[in-house]
Design a protein around this ligand. Structure first.
Ligand code: GTP
Ligand code: MG
Length: 201
């Protein structure tokens, strides 16, 4: 897919105030600092369309970006930052869960996972919550530039094995790097295919 335009539309904390047109949208979710905003910039070939930071907690609201004037990318705040209670009970911000429960035009969520780490309970729990709630998702492994190919392959194999303890199959997944644009064509072509199926865009 060619990116002809990418515009920031609005930020808000209430799903009721999100854009009212019915264009298909794709949401990026994952732990703080995993690289959600950076990935949006990489896909859109823009340095700072979405705001990024080395410090976790940069994105605080639901951010809509209109792409090619016919679909949206949605940048969400990370979970698992400053919201984790002492008892290690994970709390996902209510407006994030609301967004996924209410936003009917959300076609697919991409759950971003840092390829360097072993499977983290908070990510596994979030994916379980999505499964129970009936929200379709794929996985995007981020920061692939930080690992040598062998280590990357080992980590993804280990991640798949962990997922198969609870899921019947591994969801479709992508390997990306915002630093060297690995995975850009794969993610964009995938979205393009879904858009064409949905709306004939
Ligand atoms: P929150 O908005 O806080 O939830 O974080 P986020 O998931 O949007 O992460 P963000 O894109 O702000 O990136 C966090 C940090 O990781 C920044 O310092 C980025 O430069 C860095 N980063 C993101 N993606 C990559 C990547 O693919 N490779 C490398 N090397 N660094 C990355
Ligand atoms: Mg962000």
């Amino acid at each position: 897919m060619q990116i002809k335009s990418a515009e920031f539309v609005m930020s808000n904390s209430e799903v009721a105030k999100c854009p009212k047109d019915r264009m298909p949208e794709y949401a990026f979710i994952g732990r703080s600092n995993v690289g959600k905003s950076s990935l949006i910039n990489m896909l859109m070939l823009r340095k700072s369309l979405a705001k990024t930071s080395g410090r976790p907690g940069k994105t605080q609201l639901i951010n809509h970006f209109l792409i090619n004037k016919n679909w949206y990318l949605v940048d969400l705040p990370g979970y698992g930052y400053a919201r984790v209670s002492k008892s290690s009970k994970k709390v996902f911000q209510k407006f994030i869960t609301n967004y996924f429960e209410k936003r009917e035009q959300m076609v697919l969520a991409f759950v971003l996972v840092d390829c360097r780490h072993e499977p983290q309970p908070i990510d596994l729990e979030f994916m379980e919550w999505m499964g129970e709630t009936g929200i379709p998702f794929n996985i995007i492994f981020t920061k692939a530039d930080k690992l040598k190919p062998g280590a990357l392959e080992r980590n993804i194999k280990a991640y798949s094995e962990k997922m198969l303890e609870t899921w019947e199959e591994m969801p479709p997944y992508f390997i990306t790097s915002a630093s060297d644009s690995t995975g850009r064509d794969e993610v964009l072509n995938y979205i393009d295919g879904l858009n064409k199926n949905l709306t004939g865009l």
